[in-house]
Design a protein around this ligand. Structure first.
Ligand code: FBP
Length: 549
């Protein structure tokens, strides 16, 4: 690293907090709790994961030390989208394995799971790591979205680990990456490869959480960055009083980010995809809902406002979901023919000829830009790349059209559209994420020190001060169920969508009608890294509401 900012210079000195049990090192013994099962389809998951299924939940005891304190050789992989705090997971892991034995070594596989398969890795030393502590980004070793799922990849990975004497892997990723971590753990256990695998819960989307995993790292920081920006825009809207701002917020599938930002900023409208699906709303009814809010505010002379749109919305509107599913099948089978077509109009005609009558009607009703965006290449997991679909523009246009045809509406409707995603994914981690991530990495070291495999690092009770945090391991199989993926039943970690009967959504639903009409904006301002605890050591409203239910 050549030049670093004044903030980074000061931030490098920050010592992240740890749960009390790890404060004297990661050489702590495990305490076995109750045996576990799976969230659903336990028989099938048990058969597929004969070696790793049903393990006990683990906590640690610092009054007992682990029997062996031999050096640990560990490989670490960052998988999927960037999330604030990834560098601190690596820092916690590094410090943790060194606390067990100073001769332990940490290797970083480069650019995601690809690095393991293509044999690209660097040794992470104390000097190398020093510049990355408490910084955002995944640039220390890079990330990637390659899926680790075939036996061939597992065998190549094993050979590449053996070359470096690596006997432990830590995979830092979301639900899909941790599902693959578990497959890898099972395979290495079944083939007695001598490699243990532990996962860490990462994703800004906040949808890798359950009874044991309170939140995924990065969610806190990202929501604070987006909420700062939303607050700034709200203040601009309330100053100029001439624009409606349609803001799309990242979150591939679940609307946790949109919900948390709404709770932090109190905008005039926030669409929650899970509610749209539950109420089987059509695209037209979503547009009408927004148009009614615009109209209501115009009646009070307020021709401005802010509406939050979750990135994954289109996949939750039943008619669009059905269309996307047809498009997925179509593109899976006829992708080469489709990609060979050059003109946009011809591409659209190609698709229209092949869709069912209902989907044809929906597809034909969309603007051409959206039609093309929906037909673009899928990600490696076969998903539509929703971050590339301009839903915020689609809705702004459709609301404008609806208002034009409404004889009772006499207001002015001028729009600005925004998409916040990349602005937050590599932000310097908030204190919450800096501490949480460091603790997750340190916990992973303690699990590996105890010879555990197929576990996810878990740090809990984080709405309270770190002095009260608990930590341990949870069998990944415990979070799994069977789901239909690409025409096959597969074991996967169950994604946590927004639950309409949970406290965060209820808190939002109780206030949203008031926020729609009145201007009740809250301006959270930027993340604070220095200063009083009341501004530096915050937790998300989602976590607070969920944990104090
Ligand atoms: P992960 O779950 O892999 O962390 O991804 C999160 C995310 O930021 C989503 O919110 C977004 O849809 C996606 O990544 C965008 O990914 P990319 O930049 O690779 O297109």
């Amino acid at each position: 690293m050549t030049q670093i900012s004044a903030l980074e210079t000061e931030r490098l000195k920050y010592q992240p907090k740890l749960p009390p049990v790890l404060r004297n090192g990661a050489n702590v013994a495990v305490v076995e709790g109750e045996a576990t099962t799976a969230v659903a389809d336990a028989d099938k998951i048990a058969k597929l994961f004969a070696k790793t299924f049903g393990g006990a939940k683990l906590t640690f005891s610092d009054s007992d030390k682990i029997a062996t304190d031999k050096p640990l050789n560990v490989g670490v992989i960052l998988s999927g989208g960037q999330a604030p705090g990834g560098h601190n997971v690596i820092a916690g892991l590094f410090d943790g394995i060194k606390s067990i034995n100073a001769d332990s070594k940490l290797f970083g596989f480069l650019n995601g799971p690809d690095g393991l398969v293509q044999d690209r890795a660097v040794e992470i030393t104390a000097e190398f790591l020093a510049d990355y502590r408490n910084t955002g980004g995944f640039d220390i070793i890079g990330s990637g979205r390659t899926k680790l799922e075939s036996q061939e990849q597992f065998e190549i990975g094993k050979a590449n680990c053996e070359k470096r004497g690596i006997t432990n892997l830590v995979i830092i990723g979301g639900d899909d990456s941790n599902t693959n971590a578990c497959l890898l753990a099972e395979y290495y256990a079944a083939t007695e490869a001598g490699i243990n695998v532990v996962g860490c819960p990462k994703t800004i989307d906040g949808d890798l959480k359950n009874e044991q995993i309170e939140t995924s790292f990065g969610f806190d920081t990202c929501c604070r960055v987006y909420s700062e920006l939303i607050g700034n825009i709200q203040r601009d809207a309330n100053s100029a009083k001439k624009y409606w701002h349609f803001i799309k917020l990242m979150g591939r599938s679940a609307s946790h980010i949109g919900l948390e930002c709404a709770l932090q900023t109190q905008p005039n409208a926030a669409i929650i995809s899970e509610e749209v699906a539950a109420k089987a709303m059509t695209l037209d009814s979503v547009v009408s809902y927004l148009a009614d809010i615009v109209k209501g505010r115009a009646a009070n002379g307020e021709n401005f406002g802010v509406a939050l749109i979750p990135e994954g919305l289109i996949e939750f509107i039943p008619e669009v979901k059905a269309l996307i599913s047809e498009l997925n099948d179509l593109l899976a089978h006829e992708n080469d023919a489709f990609q060979a077509i050059e003109a946009k109009e011809d591409k659209i005609a190609f698709i229209l000829e092949r869709l069912s009558a209902d989907s044809k009607t929906v597809f034909a009703s969309l603007p051409q830009t959206i039609q093309i965006q929906l037909s673009n290449e899928r990600d490696p997991h076969g998903n539509v790349q929703v971050s590339l679909v301009e839903t915020e523009k689609l809705l702004a246009e459709m609301v404008a059209t609806k208002l034009k045809s409404d004889a009772d509406y006499t207001g002015k409707f001028a729009t600005q559209t925004h998409f916040f995603g990349y602005e937050g994914r590599c932000a310097a981690p908030s204190n919450y994420d800096a501490d949480y991530c460091y603790s997750l990495g340190y916990t992973a070291a303690a699990l590996l020190g105890n010879g555990k495999t197929g576990y996810m690092s878990s740090v809990t009770n984080t709405i309270n001060a770190a002095d009260e945090w608990s930590c341990g391991g949870v069998p990944i199989t415990m979070m799994m169920n069977m789901e239909r993926r690409h025409g096959e039943d597969k074991p996967v970690i169950q994604k946590a969508l927004v639950k309409l009967d949970d406290a965060p959504f209820k808190a939002f639903a109780a206030k949203r009608d008031e926020w729609a009409v009145k201007t009740s904006y809250v301006y959270p301002g930027p993340i604070q890294y220095f200063g009083p605890s009341c501004v530096c050591d915050l937790v998300t409203k989602t976590l607070e509401l969920e944990q104090t239910k």
